[in-house]
Each structure stands twice: as structure tokens, then as C-alpha cells.
Design a protein around this ligand. Sequence first.
Ligand code: ADP
Ligand code: ZN
Length: 742
Amino acid sequence: MLVQVAIDLALDRLFTYEVPEALEKKLAVGQLLSVPFGHREARGFAIEVAAASAAGGLTAQSPARPSRPSCRSSQKPCRLKPIAAIVDETPFFSPNLLTLVKKVAAYTAAPLETVLRTALPAAVLKKNARPRELLFVEPIDQEGTRHETGDVRGSPRQRELYAHIRRLGGGWMAQLCRELKTTPASIRLLAEKGLVTISVRAKRRSPLGNRRILPSKPLPLNAEQLAARDAIFADARPTLLFGVTGSGKTEVYLQAIARELDAGRGAIVMVPEISLTPQTVQRFAARFGDRVAVLHSALSDGERYDEWHRIRAGTARVVVGPRSAVWAPVKDLGLIVVDEEHETSYKQDETPRYHARDVAVLRGVIEGARVVLGSATPSLESWHNAQCGKYRLATMRCRAGAGTLPDVHLVEMRDGSIYSPELLDAIRLRLDRHEQTILFLNRRGYSRQVVCEACGHVIECPDCGLPYTYHQADDCLRCHVCGGWTARPAICPACHAPALEYRGVGTQRAEAALKKCFPRASILRMDADSTSRKHTHDDILDAFRRQEADVLLGTQMIAKGLDFPNVTLVGVLNADSSINMPDFRAVERSFQLFAQVAGRAGRAELPGEVFIQSHEIESPVLRAVVRGDFAAFATDELKARAEGFFPPYCHLAMINLKSKDLKLVGEWAAMCAASLAKCPGLNVTDALPSALEKAEGWYRWQVMVRAKSAAAIVKAWRWFVSARPAPTALRVTLDVDAFSLT
Ligand code: ADP
Ligand code: ZN
């Protein structure tokens, strides 16, 4: 018997070993093995097991990628080394998860080992101290609530104690004694009466901080919610749950999960890291208690170890976490929820560059699990899939609970001023009423496009309709899609004013201007510059929450996950700067941003107002934002995507090259573009310096590749890198379905 082993060296190949007869019966794929490697021992995962043929090769189906024996010579049959030991007999990867890992490795052109490492938190393999064992008290549920109403024998105090324990749903002995001001002896008496059980349990190092969470009951669903829940279980297709903010999507998730749990299956809930707040986690823990495991980046090794092992053991049936939760080893997976599915943080920006939403859909197919993608502003990829029937669409238009959506006003920017009179009046009113204001100015430093400060005109490529990017090195404007270029004009082509600017107004200038208007107002500014040191981010937000400032002025980093009850005014200072980013997703992101922003104002009792300033108030995106009409926006934008051959009508990959050697990176990029352009079915742009031409001493170039299938791009890429291995002074990476074009 032979086994192919993935060893964590990022060599992008598997190694074949012999299985000693004594281990044959115990060996299974997904196990962690110890194998001889060179002169040392290495750890690796069993990927494929097969009977040895006479020739010493594998008789199994062809593996994911070529495999060579673990000895140098691959010419003559050689003796394979045997594996040393099985480190842990319980596999770390189920066969289904291994299939998923292989597919993601193939799709993203990443080494299998790297995907394995991503799928399994490093802490899980560390030899941590055993979890502590403590006494746990659990009430015994005896025919409804009979015991609460006085049937319990014993003193009134004991009855009261039992009622409290029931209400809390049990707990750790020590914690109960503290909270209920009682003694272990009293609780033991209840155990003797058969009202509670006391058992020894491993006290997990819980990310919830062993906080007590009161159980919550399912709410009666409204008609839209019922229809959405039924859609999830209607057929095997993923469901796109398109519901406005506050429409009660979470309640739908909760009840869909409950149904899976009742059927003995588990669930994964993915939430963007930034929204993974204690409040979010508590909503799941309140419904499902101990069956919830939380995975997120801030966990200690111990917490992560415990949570992961609870999931693998099947004690935890519901996993809540960010992108990486898609790999959680949930047994009998029944449902995967991807909340805020449009969020770009689901795409990993290092190898393997996977998109967790897409991996979730793939995992759903492999495991036969339902998949729900929820959003108030779905990605156009998912929306397109719903329109063409690949996904099922469920729509929720009404708010389920309290709260109203704010009024949104569009204000035309006329002269070069940063603040319109309308917005200034609105701010003044808030200052008088001691309410708070949030102002957005989306100005990223490196997008050096050319904007007319007088009329707002942005200079665009006539062929692609996307803004040109200014390149200082050769003092010209370039299109990052078609590679076209033009000389830098001296005056604005639209209004002929000599007022062309390379960046326009940034947050610092906006802050200074506001101070001039309202000298006594206190203003907090938040952007990449003001938050470079750690924690400053939270410090600023906390100060604003404590109402220590009247105005919070910042970039899009303040758009998400904020909920300030005293904010009744939100202003977008320059909508155009976000719409006109040189990125085909700029319009989509702007819509999402403005819709998010609009959701910020007036969450509580105070009604809210939103002002969006723009030079082009007739633009269809802004009109759609005001009407809250996502469908109209999506239809419009999809048409433009189809015409420009952009996703979702193609797959788009970026090849990013960087080197400290400017000449090398430019030449290599050109050679790469020329080679790939010869491959049939690929649409390859010219090699170009990235918009961010130089970062941390590295010169950066890029080549954009588009094709009908992602596999075609990966195939061409593999051919290219094996034919032309990059010199060590050069880093070349492929980003399939890229989100970052810079
Ligand atoms: P979303 O996830 O779509 O933004 P939430 O699930 O957070 O919306 O729900 C918004 C509010 O509406 C919450 O306070 C929730 O408790 C409440 N809610 C949800 N469903 C119902 C329902 N069926 N009946 C009453 N209130 C509901
Ligand atoms: Zn162009």
C-alpha cells in the first residue's frame, strides 16, 4: 500500500511513501503522519491512499497534481521509504473537506499544502495544555414547567434556586454559586432530588468569555421571512436572500439552522470579520447555547484549539466565524450561511486567494448542504447568478422591527467648495440640537486620477469608460484596462478651466474647512493617517460614542458596522471620488457604500437624514441610491459589465509582479503578457505599472487576464510559470477572480 503525503513546504507537490503492513488497517486520508524526509522527520497529511502496483507506481486515479517518489531519481523504479507513524488516528480532514481543499488549490493555482494550512488553524496542531475540568450543573427538564409552579418538594428557597437554574439553563457550579448567592451543598441537594445533574466537564476556553447569555426564543416569522425560509429548503440551489437592513435576515438564518439541528445536522455562519462583534455572536449563542462555536482572528491559541476540537468532536454544531470558518470540520453539514455576502473581506488577499462565498457554494455541492447568501446590496456576481437561475432569489423589502430608513438628499456641488450650503445648514442644526454628524470623504491616496476641481469632470479612457490613472514616471495618463494612454492635458477638456487636480480634496483639507465654518464644533478625523498606531481606530470611535465630539469625519473605514444612536446626519462629501475610482467595481462599491451610509443615520428613535454631494446628481447610481432601488442599479450596471467584458460575464485574474529591480519587473511583465496573449481564449492586457507603482521599495507591475473560464486562465498560468520560472529577484503571483486591481 502506498500513500501520498502533503508536506508543508510549499513545494507544490506530493510525496509518495510506503505504508508498513502494521499500519495499513489504521491508515486513512486526512490523517496527520510522521514521515522521513531527507535526514529528518517531517509532518504531513495523507492525501491519497492506493494499492502498490507491480511497477511501484500508484494504481489509483490520477492525483491532483504530478507526484514523484520521495527519492531523487525518478527514472528507474526505486525503493520508497515507509511512513514513520500515524500522529493522530482521527483524521484532521474528512474526505469531503479534502475534496474541497483540492478543488480550491486547483481553482486558485495555489499549492495544496498552502490550502491545507489555511484550512487548519495552526493552533490546532500545537500541543496545548489539556482543557480544565470543572463541575457543571444542568437542570433536568421535567414535563414542561410543572416544577416552576410549585410541585417541587422542599423548601421555598430550594424551589426558587431550581427556578433560577432553569431560567439560566444551567451553568458552572462555581459561577452559579457566585451569581445566585448559594452554596455547592444547596445545589447538591437539588441533584439528590433529581432536579439537576452535576457532571465533570472540560471548561472550554470560550471566546464568549464564559459570559452568561440569556436564551432567546424563535420569533413568529412574517410573510416575507416565511417565504425566505422556505426558499432555503426548496431545492438544492443556493439561495440569495436579498433583504433590506433590518428586514430580519438573522432571524431567518436562526430558524433555518434550528431546522438543521433538529434533523441532526450542523451549520456554518460566516460573518465579515468587522461585523463579528460580541452582539452578533450572542444572537446565535442565545438561541443555540453551547452548541455554538466561535472562530475568529482574535482568539488565543487555547481558545482556537478548544473551539476547533469541539467542532470536530461534534459537540459544537453551529460555527460562527469569518472567512476561515468555511473550512470548519462540522460533521453532517446541513447549512452554510454567508451574511453580507457582498463584503470584499471574504476574498483572501494572500495565497490561497480564495473567495469564501464561492468556497461555501462549492462546499455545499460537495457535502449536499444548503447555502444561503444574505445581503441588502448583493454582489453583482450573486445577483447575476440569481437572475439566471443558478441561485434562488428570496426578497425581503420591509423592516421587521422598529426604525425607519432615513431621507436621502442629493446635493449638486457647483463651485469648488467642499461643503454645500444645504449640508452646512444641516450640520448647524445638529450642533444646535446636540446631535451628531458623520461625514465621509472617500479619498484613497494612490488613485492618481485627474479631476477638474471646477466642474468635477474626471478624465476617462474613451474606449473603456474608466478613469485614466496618472503615471508620474512618464507624465501621461494610462487606461488600466486597454493599456491606452494619452498626454496629460493642461486644461479641463470639459469646461476648459485650468483647474486639473491629481487628488482633489482629502480628509485633512475637509477638516480644516469645517473648522473654519464652525470654530466651536469639536471634530474627530479618522483615516489611514490618523489611525496608523494600534488602537487609535477604536479610541476615536469610543470617544465619538461617548459623544465627546460633534462630528466624525473619515474615509470609508467608518462606513461599516457602526451604530451610534445619537447620529442623525450623514454626509457624503464627494460621491464622485468613489464612483470614479479606476476599477470596474467602483460603481458597485459606491452603491454599497452609500446604501450602508444611508443605513447609519437614524437607527434609534431619532429620525435621520443623509446628504450626498456630487457634481453629477443625474448619475443613475445616485438616483438608484436615493430611491433605494438596488434592482434598477444592478440591471444598469450589469449591462455595462457585459459590454466591457467584465465579471460576472468573464473571469478576471490579475498577475502581479514585483521586484526591486525596475528593469527586470518591466521586462518580465511584458514577456508574461506576450506569452499569455498567445493562449487561445484569453484576453490579456498590456503589461503596466500598477497604480501603486512603487511600494516599500518594490516596483510593481501588473497584467490583467480575462477569460470565459477561470480554469483556462490557470492552465495558461501553469504553463507559463513552468516554462519561464521567475528569477529569485522577482515575485510573480496570480490572483484569480481578483478584487484588488492595484
Ligand atoms: P437584518 O439581519 O436583516 O439586518 P435583523 O435580523 O437584525 O435584520 O432584524 C432587525 C430587527 O428586527 C431585530 O431587532 C429583530 O429582533 C427584529 N425582528 C426580526 N424578525 C422579527 C419578527 N418576525 N418579528 C418581530 N421582530 C423581528
Ligand atoms: Zn481603455
